[in-house]
Design a protein around this ligand. Structure first.
Ligand SMILES: [Zn+2]
Length: 444
């Protein structure tokens, strides 16, 4: 691969509260897809590097109104639920699973169906500026291998999970692992086959994926914890997503959901747990201690979460946290839309929603987050959760990037204004190009 230099203005999060605005920069990408240097006009060789790249045909000059941002990291998304995105969101979680989701996921026993859906799904994520996704597949090894193949073919950095679900009380007969042994065998088979087919600098990582505590037997949860340790792999699941799920662990294991996952070795520094709207402060402390990340899915939570995740509290407490679309509990693959919802939900948490109560008693003080906080979650927070060098425009990081076009303005805007408007107004049509590992994987 040739070296690439991208020239233009850029925004990148430094931490949860600060964004670095680079009014004019050169992002130099080496031939392995890493950002080698970020030069600004103050650098002596800025013009020389730009001219040399231009002469060599290695320069991308951003057009007027275009900005470079890090690619987004979707920490929680169900790839097989893409065909039902935007459907049946008025049903309660348990009913939604049994009447819509499980019948759809069962169809992925057909590899051709899986290939058609996953081809479109991976393309759609890239087209929305997502460069890395942590994904649930289904219980079918062949379909999950198809998802892994699509990530490699189209250039999405994919964390792909073979879903384990074998509890006969909470899963239908037509869509269930036949036994704990079958669930564990399928997980190990998937891991080995992804690893066998991996190329150099591979984009795909297999993920240990107990669907959630209610859908797994204790034997399977324990076995998956051991598999994660044996292969040193990431883990993904759901934690305290709703009142029903939260209560299930208490009723069946006599422990909170988070404590149950920890009991089976599933809360590690490589684990990402979705939602967490019903976590207690003690549960949050346990996640922090284990360095387990939370995937905040604000759109999905508005339908199924029975509450708002206290993002401000978690960031201040030092918990690891990123953002997820949770297709199809969430209806859109766009992390831009989830950034907006994260901000809106936090404002409603702070102010409260029942105006019949006195203003002082309505909400939870100091809950609001800023759009900068949410941008951090979609980039740096997600990368840290996955322990990958991505999500920042900085030397030593992967060149996982998106080029977006700002809407025109009738009045002069400050740099902060431009940044906020980009996050509030960018739609897929405004995304001009997406790079993963320095490769142009999407162009519009
Ligand atoms: Zn989910």
């Amino acid at each position: 691969m040739k070296k690439l230099i991208i020239h233009g203005p850029a925004f990148t999060a430094l931490d949860a509260d600060h964004v670095q605005a680079l009014a004019d920069c050169l992002v130099a990408i080496d031939d392995h897809g890493w950002i080698e240097r970020v030069l600004t006009p103050g650098d002596q060789d800025f013009e020389r590097v730009r001219q040399a790249a231009k002469k060599a045909g290695q320069l991308r000059e951003l057009a007027k109104g275009e900005y470079l941002l890090p690619g987004f990291i979707d920490l929680h998304v169900h790839a097989p639920q893409w065909p039902q995105a935007g459907l049946a969101l008025d049903r309660p979680l348990e009913e939604w699973l049994n009447h819509y989701t499980f019948p759809l996921e069962a169809k992925f026993s057909d590899r051709d169906f899986a290939a058609r859906v996953y081809q479109d799904f991976v393309h759609t994520l890239l087209a929305h500026g997502t460069t890395t996704a942590m994904m649930f597949g289904t219980i079918h090894v062949s379909a999950n291998l198809e998802l892994a193949a699509q990530c490699r073919r189209q250039g999405l950095r994919g964390f792909v999970g073979q879903v384990a679900m074998d509890n006969p009380e909470e899963t239908p007969e037509y869509y269930r692992d036949a036994s704990p042994a079958a669930a564990l065998r399928a997980s190990e088979d998937f891991i080995q086959r992804v690893q066998e087919t991996a190329g150099a600098d591979d984009l795909v990582t297999p993920v240990i994926t107990p669907r959630f505590v209610p859908s797994c037997t204790a034997e399977t949860l324990a076995g998956l914890g051991k598999l994660a340790a044996k292969y040193d792999l990431p883990i993904q699941s759901h934690v305290s997503e709703s009142n029903w799920e939260s209560q299930y662990a208490i009723d069946h294991f006599g422990m909170h959901d988070a404590v149950t996952l920890d009991h089976f070795g599933l809360l590690t520094h490589r684990a990402v747990m979705a939602h967490g709207t019903q976590l207690t402060h003690e549960d949050m402390g346990l996640l922090k201690e284990r360095q387990t990340a939370l995937a905040h899915c604000p759109i999905s939570n508005a339908y199924f979460g029975n509450g708002v995740l206290p993002v401000h509290y978690l960031l201040a407490a030092g918990n690891r946290l990123g953002l997820g679309s949770d297709i199809s509990g969430g209806y859109t693959p766009s992390l831009y839309h989830n950034i907006r919802q994260a901000v809106k939900s936090s404002r409603m948490l702070e102010d409260g929603v029942d105006s019949k109560r006195p203003a002082s008693e309505r909400g939870v003080a100091a809950s609001r987050i800023t759009v900068t906080n949410a941008f951090y979650l979609a980039t740096v927070g997600g990368a840290r959760a996955l322990n990958i060098k991505s999500g920042q425009i900085k030397a030593g990081y992967r060149a996982d990037l998106q080029v977006v076009s700002a809407h025109s303005s009738f009045t002069p805007l400050s740099t902060q204004d431009v940044f906020e408007r980009l996050l509030y107004q960018t739609e897929a049509a405004d995304i001009r190009g997406v790079y993963v590992n320095g490769h142009l994987v999407y162009e519009n």
